[in-house]
Design a protein around this ligand. Structure first.
Ligand SMILES: [Zn+2]
Length: 137
């Protein structure tokens, strides 16, 4: 199997039944895009284009998808970014690294969670209330 390094956009009304490798089919009408997994395994990757899923960025005829495409459920477990018609492969993550990334994410979430206690939090709360009053109307 050959990993692709490039993909070209093709704007269509309907996603065709048989996809060609190396082509990202984009249906604006149905807000979706599909392509064959860039690893060459032949599985179809569907990337719905909506704020909760993927964002399509077009510039000078080149397309990018955000966020990255991670086909964790496929046997190939491909993970890559489509950026400016290029396929940028992520390094293969070992099970330990995946676990490490997950625990780091968890720590980040905990660090960002509001902790409304103590003097500083009360100060911030008081200031926010004042600002709210100033801009209230
Ligand atoms: Zn694949």
């Amino acid at each position: 199997m050959t990993r692709l390094g490039q993909i070209k956009p093709e704007f269509v009304e309907f996603i065709p039944e048989n996809l060609a490798p190396g082509v990202l089919y984009i249906s604006k009408r149905y807000s979706t895009a599909s392509h064959l997994c860039c690893c060459g395994c032949g599985l179809e990757v569907v990337t719905p284009l909506n704020p909760a899923k993927w964002r399509l960025i077009e510039s000078d005829g080149a397309i990018s998808l955000s966020p990255s495409v991670g086909s964790w459920s496929f046997p190939c477990r491909s993970h890559y970014w489509i950026s400016g018609n290029r396929v940028q492969w992520a390094a293969v993550m070992s099970a330990e690294r995946i676990a490490a990334v997950k625990s780091r994410d968890r720590r980040d979430v905990e660090a960002m969670a509001p902790q409304p206690q103590g003097f500083f939090a009360r100060m911030v709360g008081a200031i926010a209330t004042k600002i709210g009053r100033w801009f209230g109307r």
